[in-house]
Design a protein around this ligand. Structure first.
Ligand code: 3NM
Length: 233
């Protein structure tokens, strides 16, 4: 079902988000900032959503990234596109921006505020995602109340300068073998040609930048990724 924002029906009796709903939202997780695409980001995002993207993260980072009002304006434009299609809009790292525009959630790395601090700032109805690269980081993020994890880099990536060493699908497999059920996505170098082992390892979804943002047709690329889940683009 499409995301409906701060809707009580998504929260359980404790006011927490429904973890199975979050899990289903993660299937085709598209991440993008203005530096990731050569065409206007709004065009790329609209096409990707038409293809079947299920959740979007605004990640305005790296050399040439927008700042200040330009960043805020692009965030608002992309958020509007997401919301008109029922796609949750997540902000990477920038908690102040997430709060200013009432985003649906935030995604943070290991160098940012821990999820337990973010939860206090954002409340129980926002999605909080954490990048984790080791079993210890996974345990900590879960203890801190993360709603989902991003595990990577699964494959070599050229979209993140400070990416950790490639780890394949082994951490995802090990977590599932240990019975850790938290919703999670694989990230890093994933394309339609290598996504299958990530899902077989137990990921609930695949998270990509370049496979969609750099595709000649973002719509087709998203549709091919969505087809792993039997979703028509
Ligand atoms: N985080 P692409 S890898 C944003 O390992 C990000 O945590 C990673 O881009 C991690 O799909 C990555 O183009 C880049 O490889 C993903």
């Amino acid at each position: 079902s499409p995301w409906t924002g701060a809707d009580e029906s998504l929260a359980d009796s404790g006011g927490r988000l429904d973890s199975e709903h979050v899990r289903s939202l993660l299937r085709v997780y598209f991440i993008m900032g203005s530096v990731n695409c050569r065409r206007p980001a709004a065009e790329v995002l609209a096409e990707a959503i038409a293809g079947g993207v299920t959740i979007f993260q605004f990640r305005e980072k790296g050399p040439g990234a927008l700042k200040g009002e330009a960043k805020l304006n692009l965030a608002r434009e992309l958020q509007g596109i997401c919301h008109s299609h029922g796609v949750p809009f997540i902000v990477n790292d920038d908690i102040d921006l997430a709060i200013a525009i009432d985003a649906d959630g935030v995604h943070v790395g290991q160098d940012d505020e821990p999820a337990r601090v973010l939860r206090k700032q954002l409340g129980s109805r926002k999605i909080i995602g954490v990048s984790a690269h080791t079993p210890e980081e996974v345990r900590q993020a879960i203890a801190d109340g993360a709603d989902y994890l991003g595990i990577g880099p699964v494959y070599p990536t050229s979209s993140k300068d400070d990416a950790r060493p490639v780890q394949g699908t082994v951490l995802i497999e090990n977590l599932r073998r240990e019975g850790i059920a938290i919703p999670l996505v694989g990230i890093g170098g994933i394309t339609v040609n290598n996504a299958s082992p990530v899902l077989a390892a137990g990921a609930d979804g695949i998270s990509v930048i370049s496979a969609i943002a750099s595709a000649s047709s973002p719509r087709s690329a998203a549709a091919e990724l969505a087809s792993f889940f039997g979703v028509e683009g």
